[in-house]
Design a protein around this ligand. Structure first.
Ligand code: ADP
Ligand code: MG
Length: 339
């Protein structure tokens, strides 16, 4: 085969962002996750998500966090620009949800984005329109609102992969639910087409799980608490009766970050080995706290995958913690087995 050789060129910045966006933004829910991550990183106590048409038409996330100074607004949209880490040492012990400085740039390359923000001490807010670069005075209290409209307007092929508005909405709500479980002290509200559809007020951790996953889950699960020092596990493990046809109630967090991890899923699944049959899927909410030095969160742009230094130990810890809960729930009801 003969190919005419074309010269090597550096891709334009916009195209680089559009390529990167493919990894970060799969659907409206990915945008919701990134924007809520940012709100939480900014120290928000209340996060409001407003969606139109399942988030496909528009997504607005408002927070009362620290805000972005007007002169830094253009930087927030620039690729690899972040306020969260400054060097490699900070990357290795990162405690914020974000650190790659990619999300806003990626989203702005495939949607219409505007950011309104106000910091403490500022006379008023400013709004930046990503496309035109126009920066104007705006009105809002301290905090940030990011609006994302017409997702995938420039990439119609991608747009075709979107499901119905109802399905996209369900994914958006699940994205907020994941954050809400991990951050009970923060209030969350979700509006869809002008209607309030979910609201979780600040609460204690146990109450938040009840608010988000419902009274049935609480009734059919038991508190889980294991480990000490460098590896701690808390949360709730569903009893066998709480098993479901789909694995849609398995929430795993590592140092507050929602993750999907095969190792943890396997550890959990093996704890249920003797009590769950066929394809029945266990339900659980697991919060792992480990030394940040022992987990690498910089594995994938979405940060939903992590890598552990001591995978076996984590697997065992998860398995044993859930086994202990299940064993206690089977013990004769002499009072000692009930939480
Ligand atoms: P990252 O979160 O990895 O830093 P992003 O592209 O998501 O990258 O955001 C870029 C920067 O914009 C952040 O580092 C932060 O300084 C600022 N920013 C984004 N959203 C908010 C927000 N809601 N409140 C305050 N600052 C924000
Ligand atoms: Mg971010």
């Amino acid at each position: 085969m003969t190919a005419t050789r074309r010269p090597i060129r550096e891709l334009p910045d916009e195209l680089v962002s559009q390529i990167a966006a493919g990894e970060v933004v799969e659907r409206p829910a990915s945008v919701v996750r990134e924007l809520v991550d940012n709100a939480l990183d900014a120290g928000a106590t209340q996060v409001t998500v407003r969606l139109a048409a399942g988030g496909v038409r528009s997504i607005l996330v408002e927070d009362d966090g620290c805000g972005i100074p007007a002169e830094q607004l253009p930087l927030a949209l620039k690729r690899h620009a972040t306020s969260k880490i400054a060097n490699l040492a900070e990357l290795e012990s990162v405690a914020t949800m974000g650190f790659r400085g990619e999300a806003l740039a990626a989203i702005a390359s495939i949607a219409e984005v505007s950011i309104a923000s106000r910091c403490d001490g500022a006379a008023h807010a400013h709004r930046l329109d990503a496309r035109s670069g126009e920066l104007q005075p705006a009105a809002r209290a301290r905090g940030t609102s990011v609006e994302v409209r017409e997702l995938f307007f420039a990439t119609p092929a991608r747009r075709k992969f979107l499901k119905t508005d109802a399905t996209e909405l369900a994914h958006c709500v699940d994205a907020v639910r994941r954050h809400a479980l991990a951050r009970p002290e923060v209030g969350f509200a979700i509006w869809h087409d002008g209607k309030l559809i979910e609201q979780w007020r600040p609460a204690a951790a146990e109450q938040r799980i009840a608010d988000v996953l419902g009274a049935d889950f609480i009734a059919q699960s038991r508190l889980l608490q294991a480990g000490a020092g460098p590896l701690r596990l808390t949360g709730r493990a569903g009893l066998p009766d709480a098993a479901r046809a789909r694995a849609d109630q398995q929430y795993v967090y590592v140092n507050g970050r929602f993750v999907r991890d095969r190792l943890i899923a396997h550890g959990a699944r093996s704890a249920y080995e003797d009590v769950l049959h066929g394809q029945r899927q266990p339900s659980y909410v697991l919060f792992l706290e480990i030394d940040p030095q022992r987990v690498d969160v910089n594995v994938h742009p979405t940060k939903i995958e992590v890598r552990f230094r001591d995978g076996r130990e984590i697997h065992q810890a998860v398995r044993h913690a859930i086994e202990a809960v299940l064993a206690a729930s089977r013990a004769p009801l002499d009072g000692s087995a009930v939480e």
